[in-house]
Design a protein around this ligand. Structure first.
Ligand code: HEC
Length: 113
């Protein structure tokens, strides 16, 4: 009887401990996923070398390639999705590198530049 009780208490703690461990790591994963794929970080890592973090395309490479100023929200989201996916002139397409969902979130993000 005593042993059964002890066993019950110990395994109860184990279950609770495992639950806490699991829920903590699940939270950490979500947080890491959000920062790695946030629209802003996607823009910065894929677009800013030419278009600058402000979209005005005043980086050395942006000037050299005569990249368009994409700040001011003048490009429609549908057009941006098309251009990001397939590229335009000297701008490379990102259809193979990024998922459609990532491309849509960047297209929406540049409206705020
Ligand atoms: C290697 C440099 C380079 C990179 C990287 C780049 N672009 Fe471009 N982008 C250009 C150039 C150059 C043009 C002008 C193309 C043309 O008109 O011939 C352009 C044009 C555009 C346009 C069209 C603007 C308009 O008014 O028609 C959009 C929108 C755009 N880029 C968004 C992006 C986004 C979003 C990313 C990141 C996913 C990106 N670009 C990455 C060089 C780049």
């Amino acid at each position: 009887m005593k042993t059964t009780l002890k066993f019950g208490v110990v395994s109860g703690f184990l279950v609770i401990g495992a639950f806490f461990l699991f829920s903590k790591s699940a939270e950490a994963n979500v947080a890491a996923g959000e920062t790695a794929t946030s629209p802003r970080s996607l823009y910065v890592s894929n677009c800013a070398r030419c278009h600058g973090s402000d979209g005005k395309s005043q980086t050395a490479q942006g000037k050299k390639l005569d990249a368009d100023n994409i700040s001011g929200g003048g490009v429609s989201t549908a057009k941006a999705v098309r251009i990001i996916t397939s590229g335009k002139g000297k701008m490379p397409g990102f259809g193979r590198k990024l998922t459609p969902a990532q491309i849509r979130s960047i297209a929406a993000y540049i409206k705020s530049l």
